[in-house]
Design a protein around this ligand. Structure first.
Ligand SMILES: [Zn+2]
Length: 305
């Protein structure tokens, strides 16, 4: 018998005994490999305390981070009706149901009003966990309503984007949302109200190509992926190697596509500063068409009882 033949049984692999460490208590930072306790991560707004890597934040946590306290949510019940009866690898209806179950939301955005540092604001926060934060009819309608609500009540608007773009399962209907939201933003602009766009990782496709880039101030979180088409598609089209850091916040800031890159821990303060700055200029525009004709009033004019 050959000397190298295994006579003894190999060491048994660890048995399937359940680990005593509960699942999901710790997370590993994908940037610096630091192991972080979940509660510590929640305390730092999901930013790695060692290297400042920004983990993705859900829509509800985003609102919790921005608002001072309670907020009022709107249009929670709106749901997509699958207008095209779309089926790819699985039916769109099944995807919707999975998304609803997974995220607890009915679509990829939460719209609410509440106070940011004491200033009443209309906020829309997108949820990436719901079909990649894609923008379908419901997202478009909810954001449009959030803007119209702001115009009616004369509030500033903050939209936090986190999206893969338009929702292909709703075809052209989802593309129309780009024009619809942009139109509502134009009305907001005419009403002289502030719109702050917050771009988080990732903001791509039809969302970047419409409302995410239309802010009076466009603020991004550090190292967020922001672009229209993905880098692979661009490389194949232009047949050139893309530069380092392409489509990341800092790269775009350098080239004038963004106004600020702000660490999430300073984000609320930065937005509040902008809101406060804009309050001065947010008086309703003078109504020229209804202004009374100028009449010279004599100095000695005394109103009669
Ligand atoms: Zn880290």
């Amino acid at each position: 018998m050959a000397w190298f033949k295994k006579v003894r049984k190999p060491i048994e692999p660890p048995s399937d005994k359940p680990s005593r460490v509960p699942e999901g208590l710790w997370v590993k930072c994908p940037s610096c490999a630091e192991i972080i306790y979940n509660k510590d991560l929640a305390a730092t707004l999901s930013v790695c305390p060692k290297c400042a890597h920004h983990f993705r934040l859900g829509a509800a946590e985003r609102l919790r981070m921005l608002f001072d306290g309670e907020w009022q949510e709107y249009d929670h019940g709106l749901r997509s009706t699958d207008p095209l009866s779309f089926v790819d690898t699985k039916p769109y209806r099944a995807r919707l149901e999975a998304g609803i179950e997974q995220s607890g939301l009915n679509d990829a955005v939460i719209c609410a009003t509440g106070r940011i540092d004491g200033i009443e604001t209309s906020v829309a926060a997108m949820e990436y966990a719901f079909i990649g934060g894609s923008m379908g009819v419901v997202v478009g309608e909810k954001i449009t309503r959030a803007i119209e609500r702001a115009i009616e009540r004369r509030l500033p608007v903050v939209i936090v984007s986190s999206s893969g773009g338009a929702r292909m399962m709703e075809g052209a209907l989802s593309l129309m949302q780009m024009a619809k939201i942009s139109g509502a933003l134009a009305r907001l602009d005419r009403a002289r109200l502030l719109y702050v766009s917050v771009l988080t990782d990732p903001t791509t496709g039809g969302v970047t190509a419409s409302f995410a880039m239309l802010g009076d101030a466009n603020i991004a979180e550090p190292k967020a992926l922001i672009g229209f088409a993905g880098p692979r598609v661009i490389e194949q089209t232009i047949r050139q190697k893309l530069p380092e850091g392409f489509q990341r916040s800092e790269f775009l800031l350098e080239r004038g596509m963004l106004d600020m890159v702000v660490d999430r821990r300073d984000l609320k303060a930065a937005i509040a500063r902008l809101l406060r700055f804009a309050i001065v200029g947010s008086a309703p525009p003078p109504r020229v068409e209804t202004a009374p004709p100028a009449v010279a009033i004599p100095d000695a004019f005394v109103p009669q009882p």
